[in-house]
Structures are given as structure tokens and as C-alpha cells.
Design a protein around this ligand. Structure first.
Ligand SMILES: Nc1ncnc2c1ncn2[C@@H]1O[C@H](COP(=O)(O)OP(=O)(O)OP(=O)(O)O)[C@@H](O)[C@H]1O
Ligand SMILES: CC(C)(CO)[C@@H](O)C(=O)NCCC(=O)O
Ligand SMILES: [Mn+2]
Length: 863
């Protein structure tokens, strides 16, 4: 096999031991399937064992919940738009067949999907499982191209694991491996609270706030699962719990009684109805009993509900005499308040301060959560806290899922999960599947339909009511607000969890907080145009471009309405969301052509630039190099002003103009301090590079070369995946190959680093030249991201490993050094270099103006 990725190669080149992981792939006996000439031939891993943990199911009294795992990235990214059978080579996730791209990562990653069905529509659920092939996974058979006749063994919990066992055996050939419902609820909650960022939140008076849970300080807590019925579980640790109470007045009661009384046909309809309700026409208030007065002696105001539905007894009316809206609201309040109160009593009974509410009764509904929070807070006098979970209804299914022993999921931590919100999420992310239109599989190919028919996505309305829902549910919610989210957007609240075991926190980050949140600039039309062109401008590409634009706009609209809809989203995540969205619509690299053009132009002048630099004395040279980095950083397709500038001249003209304006002092200018530190050469420098073209070639490569010349080992850290015009690992390796042809320092260093085949870097110098053995290495290590910013909470494990011995970090460019990380401190020396190409940011961050430069040096933070 030809040498593979930059990551893998640099990793070998520097002999870094690989971070141990429980999710190792067995690569022995790996073989390419199909033609070796294929661009991405599939690789069969015959010795990869136990791929059997991909589906777990919770069959409740009202709803069936599925959690399933897929390993193949582009298939699930499409929400399985691929019409082919799950066993074809292109959908290799379940077969242990990996594309070369994936085989690079020595650990297994994949995605967790969440889907639910009404238990009364069991047949839809069965069809779904069948259509995805989730019932057949026998590894041997699949490797041999046979779909297993014998079904698999699937983890199942909930009452239906007993009730429907025979039916699943008969219809799908699967056998249930039953897991206890309560222990699954607990395992699911513990998993979410430990591994998923921004999972838990409080909801008081319409205000949602995420709660940072310290995984080491999680227990004890009370888990209240509100399904059809309600279970209350005291949780003291992993697997240590006791069901201390329960109530049969639960979600089933609300929905059952609600249906009878309001004639609503689906659950969300009754929630929506309640938004317009006024409970005082149904409920008997203290004021009704006390002639409009408060009962102050026991602390009850006249508007407090004395008796739910109590007013009905004194009216002569029958059901038709009441507004359905009022009944819906009164009922919702009655059930929610009651559960909140019982939960509080049990928390009190065991001295528990934290109560987590789960189960699909909650449905992320603001009024429900406010009412329960109020009950807890009112009765405990603020001592106990009600918290809710984003994956509310999936606790049991997740618990069953993590109970697959081989999975080792329980040991994962939050930085190993990246939550994405693909546009397929409305189908994959928790939406109820109604009766199939024609066949269910077609319905699930949501993406295809979306692309072909251009189905409109309406911007969803937020569910959280801004302001207040009144005294914790004693009063009616603001009636003017039609603020129940549409089902599809509610589903967007639960994304697809990408499991990336190879992600770790960047070890040099001294303060992991302090992230700067920003708004995505609207460059959509231009981006779409480029993306379409990058795919040949065909009709298909145009349709996809259109669909992408609509999809991304829907995401933005959702976030504008409720910035915390997807958990706390930093700018890095937001920009990555855009790139992910592009990839989801199969735009591999929208800026490829632009990047290639700029690379060629810049490579052509690199020899002259290096000569010019070499003729300067050492002091002048360092300044010229830093100037070059700042000047090169003007090439940024993420900046509107720069894109306009590009219309006015060639790349080199702009670069020269930019250089000539490099008047010191720069707006932030620590150059002199940096220069002083230059006396003592660093051992290893990490250079987080930004854009392709002049930026990397005329800016960062000369800096790398200067460091190498002084004996410093240099690790160039580009993106692992494309983002705007940022340079990627593969591109950078190609650039180094070219640059090595005329620069001896780079060639020797590249050779010492072993990132490129010797053949690729020319053989003017024979390998016998022994001085190269001790030459400082130049390595390329992907950062694990595909965003123009960098979120140091999650970088590739290769980077994390190599970073441990680094003593200099250089962050280059607006995204990495300013938008994110401007205030981040490091355990080693750090240099942040950027040209500001945005007036607003310039004013806000450094009190300057557009095209100002930042050279911020900070010696290591002493901890
Ligand atoms: N689309 C829906 N259809 C039916 N019920 C819904 C829907 N959305 C939310 N619910 C509410 O969620 C409840 C079911 O929640 P959940 O799925 O957590 O429980 P379950 O597992 O089915 O029940 P149990 O655990 O008691 O067996 C319903 O009783 C209803 O109140
Ligand atoms: C029976 C279960 C556990 C099924 O999920 C649930 O519906 C429940 O907890 N019901 C409440 C039963 C009670 O404790 O009164
Ligand atoms: Mn349940």
C-alpha cells in the first residue's frame, strides 16, 4: 500500500507511541478490496472482531427508542441517503470494511444515532431496522458478501423487551439480550452526564441555562424518568442505585386523559394547544375559595391553584362548555407539578440536592420544565435543583447501548464526542416516523428528496419562552407566544453523536475556558457559487448547492432564535458546522481550485524570497520573516473585505502591497520581546498554519525554515479537513515536496521527519549524507479539525502526543489566533500572528482598524 496520510506518517516519523485506546482496530490481514487504482478502495479487515454493538433498543409503554452506531462517515452523514443495501461496499460501516481515509485512524470512531417510534406503530420500527440492516451484522457473512439469515443478538430494555421478543425474533430474526430497565436508565444518565458536553440544563421562568457537571462530583442524585409512568431512582454511582419511588400519574396519564378531553391526535398538538390556554377557567384558585383574597398565613396567593380542575364542579357545563386550550394547560400543569412535588419529597427523603428529569413526557417543553422546576424550588425553598437532559427520552436506550461490554464506552469522556447537527437530523434525530408514505426507506432518504425536490425548510420557532411563564406554572404562559417548536426543529436538539476516540484536549492549554462567541458572517451566495464550481458546475451540483444553502440557513435561523439550541456553540463549532454541512451535501473542497492557483503563484516566487531573506543579517531577517507571515495572512477567503480586494490585483501584487504596509509598531506588537527570547533556541515548535497560497508558502514556510536553521524541530499543524481556503494535511505535504526541490534546509528537514517518501523530495543529495540524520525534523501533523478556528478542547491524538514536548506554539491567522484563543494561555511560549481583516473585530478586540496586525508573544504560563 502506498504511504498513507500525513498524520500517520509524521506519527511514525517521530516514533511517538500511540495513545492507548480501548477501541483498537485489528488491522492484521488488512486487504484492499477491488481495484488498487480506485481512489478510495475499500479495505477489508478480516480480523476485526465483534462489530456487534451497533443497535440497542428501549421498548417502552408509549415509545420505542433506538440508539445505533455507525462507523462509516459519509453514509451516516447523509442520514443514509444512499439507496444501496447496507452491505454494499460503499456502505462499509457494519462490515468492518474501511476506506483508506478511515483506516488511517488506528482507533475506531463512529456515530451514534437516535430515533424513536410510537409503540403503537411497531411495524414502522421493524421496517426501519430492516431497511438499515440493523438486524443483520454477522461479521463473517458480511465480509463474504452474504446477508446474514440468522439474526443477531441485540441489547433491549423496557417492557417491550419481554412483550415483543417473539415478534422481533419472527420478523427480524433478532434475539433480545435483555437488560434491566432501571439499570439502563441509570447507565444512560451517567453516560450522558459524564461524556456529553452541555447535556444538563436548568429551566426556570423561561430561561434555559446549561450546567457544567463535574464528572467526579456527580453522585448522589435523584433520577426521575417520566415515561408512560414515572420512576424515581436514587443514584449513588455507576451501577449503584435504588428505585426509591414511582408514580402511575405520568406521561401516559397526561397524554391519555388529554386525548380524551381535547380530542388531539398527536402529542405535540396538545402541547401546542396548551400554549394558548388559561387554566383559571378550569382550576379552582385560592382566590375562588377565599373571595378573591390571598391566604397569607400559609403563604398562598389568591392566584395559587387550590384544586386542579376544581372549578368544574361548580359549573353546570359539560366538556363542550370548556375551551380545549384551557383543559390542555390545566392538565399539563397538574401532572408536571405533581411529579415535581413527588420528586422533591423523595429528594428530601434521601437528602439529595440534585434532581435530573428524563423521559419523553418532558419533550423539551418550556412550560413543563418550568412547572417542575418551580415545584422543586418552591417546596425545597431553593435547596434542591431541577435539571433536564437534552437526550431526555433516550436514557434507557443509551444505557442498553453502553452495556455492550466490548464497547468500552463508559470510559469515554466529553472531548471524544463531537455532536453534529446534520440536516438529516430531522429524520435521524428523534423525529417520530409516521405511517410510511410509500415505503419507509424512501422517507428516510430525506436528503435525496430534499435535494431533488427542493423541499422548503421553514425556520423553526423556539420553544423556550423568553421572559417568564409566570410564577413557575401557576399562571398561564404568555398567550401571544406561539412558541412551540415544530417537530423537526425539536428533533434538531438531539444531533448525531460522533464518536472520535482519537480526539483529546490539547495538553498545552493552560486555561480551557474563555472562548469567544461570534456570529457567522453571511457569505452564503459566494460560497455556494464556489462550491458548485468546485464540483464542475453541473446541474446536480447546482441542486446540491441550493439544498446546502437552504439547509445551512435553517441551521442559522434556528441558532439565531435560540443560540443554545445545540448546546453551547463556540465560533469554532459554528464554522465547523458550515464545513460539515458542505461535506454533507458532498462538496469535498469548495476552494480547491482557488487554493491551487494561489499555491502555484506563490511557489514560483518562493526561491527569490528565500534568497532575499538569506542576504539579510540575522536581526533583519527575523523581522522580515514575521512581516512576511503577517502580510501573507491577507489571503483569507473568509473575509469579505479581502475577497473584494482580490478583484483588484494579482496575488503577488497584493502580497507586495501588503508587505509594504507593514509599518511597525503593529497594533499589538510584542516583536521585541519575542526577539529577545529568540536567543535561546526552542526544542520543538508547533506552527498552527492558516491559509493556502502566499500565507503558508511566503509566510509560514520561511518561519519554519528559520526555526529549523536554528536547530528547532518544527511541527506544521494544518487542518485535517478542508475549511474555506485553509491548507490541509495532504496539500501541505505536496507543497513541501515542491519547496524541497529548491530549498536544502526544508528538504533535509522533511527527510529527517520522514513525512514524505524520499523519492518525493528529490535525490540530488545521496542518502549517504550523514549530516541529515541529525538534522532537525520537519513534521506535518493534522489538528483533527475542519474549521478555520481551533477548539483546543478537541484536537487529534497525534497532535496531543507530539505537543507534550513542545516549547513554542505559533498560532497564525484570525480564526486560530483571534476569534478563538486570543485569550488562551499556554504552558509553553506562544506567539499569535494575524492580520485583522474585519473592521468590527479590529475595533472590538484590539481597538484598531482593518488590516492592523497582531504579534502577540507570551512566555509560558507558570502553573
Ligand atoms: N410523539 C409522542 N407520542 C406519544 N407520546 C409522546 C410523544 N412525545 C412525547 N410523548 C410523551 O412521552 C411519554 C413516553 O415517554 P417515554 O418514551 O420516556 O416512556 P416509555 O418508555 O414509552 O414509557 P415507560 O417507560 O413507562 O414504559 C408519553 O406517555 C407521552 O406523555
Ligand atoms: C412500569 C415502568 C417501570 C415501565 O417503564 C414505568 O411505567 C413506571 O415506573 N411506572 C410507575 C409505577 C409506580 O411506581 O407506580
Ligand atoms: Mn421507558
Amino acid at each position: 500500500m502506498e504511504s498513507c496520510s500525513g498524520e500517520a506518517m509524521s506519527h511514525n516519523g517521530s516514533n511517538i507511541p500511540h495513545t492507548p485506546s480501548r477501541l483498537q482496530l485489528d488491522l492484521s490481514g488488512a486487504a484492499i478490496q477491488g481495484s488498487i487504482e480506485d481512489r478510495n478502495p475499500a479495505i477489508v479487515l478480516p480480523n476485526q472482531e465483534d462489530d456487534t454493538y451497533h443497535l440497542a433498543i428501549d421498548l417502552g409503554g408509549s415509545l420505542i427508542k433506538l440508539v445505533y452506531f455507525s462507523k462509516q462517515s459519509d453514509v451516516s452523514a447523509l442520514g443514509n441517503a444512499s439507496p444501496c443495501s447496507p452491505f454494499s461496499r460503499s456502505d462499509s460501516g457494519k462490515a468492518g470494511i474501511l476506506s483508506r481515509q478511515q483506516a488511517r485512524f488506528p482507533t475506531q470512531g463512529g456515530r451514534l444515532h437516535f430515533v424513536k417510534f410510537e409503540t403503537s406503530k411497531l411495524s414502522d420500527c421493524i421496517e426501519f431496522i430492516k431497511s438499515k440492516g440493523l438486524n443483520c451484522y454477522d461479521i463473517e457473512d458480511i465480509a463474504n458478501g452474504i446477508q446474514s439469515e440468522e439474526g443477531s443478538i441485540i441489547k433491549a430494555t423496557g417492557g417491550g423487551a419481554f412483550k415483543f421478543a417473539d415478534m422481533f425474533k419472527e420478523k427480524l430474526g433478532v434475539t433480545f439480550d435483555k437488560e434491566d430497565e432501571m439499570s439502563c436508565l441509570v447507565a444512560g444518565a451517567n453516560f450522558l452526564l459524564k461524556a456529553i458536553r452541555d447535556e444538563a440544563f436548568t429551566h426556570l421562568e423561561g430561561h434555559k441555562q446549561f450546567v457544567q457537571i463535574d464528572p467526579n462530583d456527580l453522585f448522589p442524585y435523584l433520577l426521575v424518568n417520566i415515561g408512560s409512568g414515572v420512576s424515581m431512582i436514587k443514584v449513588d454511582g455507576d451501577g449503584i442505585f435504588q428505585r426509591v419511588s414511582g408514580t402511575n400519574v405520568g406521561g401516559g396519564t397526561f397524554w391519555g386523559l388529554g386525548r380524551l378531553l381535547t380530542k388531539c391526535r398527536n402529542f405535540d398538538e396538545i402541547l401546542e394547544l396548551s400554549q394558548r390556554g388559561d387554566n383559571s377557567s378550569v382550576d379552582m384558585l385560592v382566590g375562588d375559595i377565599y373571595g378573591g383574597l390571598d391566604y397569607t398565613k400559609i403563604g398562598l396567593s389568591a392566584s395559587t391553584i387550590a384544586s386542579s380542575f376544581g372549578k368544574v364542579i361548580s359549573d353546570e357545563k359539560d366538556l363542550s362548555g370548556y375551551r380545549r386550550e384551557d383543559i390542555a394547560l390545566s392538565l399539563l400543569r397538574m401532572i408536571s407539578y405533581n411529579i415535581g412535588q413527588i420528586a422533591y419529597l423523595n429528594a428530601l427523603r434521601y437528602g439529595l440536592k440534585r434532581i435530573f428529569f428524563g423521559g419523553f413526557f418532558i419533550r423539551g417543553h418550556a412550560y413543563t420544565m418550568d412547572t417542575m422546576s418551580f415545584a422543586v424550588s418552591f417546596w425545597s425553598k431553593g435547596e434542591a435543583h431541577a435539571m433536564f437532559l437534552r437526550h431526555e427520552g433516550f436514557l434507557g436506550a443509551l444505557g442498553a447501548f453502553v452495556s455492550y461490554d466490548k464497547l468500552g464506552l463508559t470510559n469515554l469522556t466529553s472531548h471524544q464526542f463531537v455532536e453534529r447537527f446534520p440536516m438529516g437530523a430531522p429524520y435521524a434525530g428523534g423525529k417520530i416516523h409516521g405511517p410510511p408514505i410509500r415505503d419507509l426507506n424512501e422517507k428516510i432518504s430525506w436528503m435525496e428528496k430534499f435535494v431533488q425536490n427542493g423541499i422548503e425548510i421553514t425556520a423553526p420557532v423556539p420553544m423556550a419562552i423568553t421572559g417568564t411563564t409566570g410564577l413557575g406554572g401557576f399562571e398561564r404562559p404568555l398567550s401571544h407566544s406561539s412558541s412551540l417548536r415544530s417537530d423537526s426543529s425539536a428533533a434538531l436538539n438531539v444531533g448525531v453523536l460522533h464518536l472520535v476516540p482519537s480526539l483529546e484536549p490539547f495538553p498545552l492549554l493552560a486555561d480551557p475556558k474563555g472562548y469567544w462567541f461570534g456570529i457567522l458572517s453571511d457569505q452564503l451566495p459566494d460560497l455556494v457559487q464556489k462550491a458548485v464550481a468546485s464540483e464542475g458546475g453541473t446541474d446536480g451540483a447546482k441542486r446540491r448547492g441550493d439544498a446546502f444553502a437552504r439547509a445551512f440557513r435553517a441551521h442559522l435561523a434556528r441558532l439565531r432564535e435560540e443560540p443554545a439550541a445545540y448546546g453551547k456553540l463556540g465560533l469554532a463549532n459554528l464554522l465547523e458546522l458550515r464545513e460539515e454541512c458542505l461535506r454533507e451535501f458532498h462538496f469535498k473542497d469548495a476552494y480547491l481550485a482557488i487554493k491551487q492557483r494561489e499555491n502555484e503563484a506563490s511557489l514560483a516566487v518562493l526561491p527569490d524570497l528565500l534568497l532575499e531573506l538569506d542576504n539579510l543579517d540575522q536581526d533583519e531577517r527575523l523581522l522580515a520573516i514575521i512581516e512576511g507571515v503577517l502580510a501573507g495572512n491577507i489571503f483569507d477567503w473568509g473575509s469579505r473585505a479581502c475577497v473584494e480586494l482580490y478583484q483588484s490585483g494579482t496575488i503577488l501584487e497584493i502580497y507586495r502591497m501588503s508587505r509594504s504596509k507593514m509599518q511597525r509598531p503593529w497594533r499589538v506588537d510584542d516583536f521585541d520581546t519575542f526577539k529577545m527570547s529568540w536567543d535561546r533556541p526552542h526544542f520543538r515548535a508547533l506552527l498552527f498554519v492558516d491559509n493556502s497560497g502566499a500565507d503558508i508558502i511566503l509566510g509560514m514556510l520561511p518561519l519554519a525554515r528559520e526555526l529549523l536553521r536554528r536547530g528547532t524541530e518544527v511541527v506544521l499543524v494544518p487542518n485535517s479537513f478542508p475549511a474555506i481556503n485553509d491548507v490541509t494535511v495532504m496539500e501541505l505535504l505536496n507543497l513541501l515536496e515542491e519547496a524541497s526541490k529548491f530549498c536544502e534546509i526544508l528538504r533535509k528537514a522533511v527527510k529527517a521527519g520522514g513525512c514524505l517518501d524520499d523519492k518525493r523530495i528529490g535525490e540530488q543529495d545521496s542518502a549517504a549524507n550523514s549530516s541529515e540524520a541529525s538534522f532537525p525534523k520537519l513534521l506535518v501533523v493534522g489538528n483533527g479539525c475542519g474549521s478555520p478556528c481551533i477548539d483546543f478542547r478537541q484536537v487529534s491524538s497525534e497532535l496531543a502526543t507530539i505537543a507534550r514536548d513542545a516549547d513554542l506554539v505559533v498560532l497564525e491567522g484570525m480564526g486560530r489566533a483571534l476569534h478563538t484563543n486570543y485569550t488562551a494561555h499556554f504552558k509553553c511560549d506562544s506567539l499569535k500572528l494575524a492580520m485583522i481583516k474585519n473592521q468590527r473585530l479590529a475595533e472590538k478586540l484590539i481597538g484598531g482598524s482593518i488590516y492592523d496586525c497582531v504579534c502577540r508573544y507570551e512566555p509560558r504560563t507558570q502553573l
